[in-house]
Design a protein around this ligand. Structure first.
Ligand SMILES: [Zn+2]
Length: 134
């Protein structure tokens, strides 16, 4: 499959997921154009704020491949990954990220993660959630 087809697959699973009660986000992990997992957002279905499509895809791919290292694989997302997913993508060592719409597009539809990006850029003592060593 080419990039456009894999992105369309991510969009299709996002639509399917939304119809089943999840958030409207999808992700596909593939190697050399061959998808190995296709997942959608499960936050509301599982009452899990970390169950974004990208994290779900990483979890399933790692389980399927019996590894925590997805080097050589790429991720195709219906939307630009949020900071949590972006970090997870780095931790999983995925090679490339492709996305169909931007975080600004998502913001226009009520999914605004800009405050997290802003918080991460602040000094640790200026963030909304306090962090301390004890
Ligand atoms: Zn995310």
């Amino acid at each position: 499959m080419n990039t456009e087809e894999l992105l369309q697959q991510a969009i299709d699973i996002a639509i399917k997921g939304q119809k089943n009660g999840g958030g409207p986000f999808g992700a596909v992990i593939a190697k050399d154009g061959e998808p190995i997992v296709t997942c959608h957002n499960q936050v509301t279905n599982h009452n899990d704020p970390t169950a974004h499509a990208e994290v779900e895809a990483i979890r399933q791919a790692c389980q399927k491949l019996n590894t925590f290292d997805l080097s050589g694989y790429d991720i195709y997302c219906s939307c630009e990954p949020c900071p949590m997913c972006l970090a997870a993508i780095y931790w999983a060592r995925l090679g490339h990220i492709y996305y169909a719409c931007t975080k600004e597009d998502a913001k226009e539809h009520g999914f605004d993660d800009s405050f997290i990006y802003e918080q991460m850029a602040l000094d640790i003592n200026q963030r909304k959630i306090t962090q301390k060593t004890c």
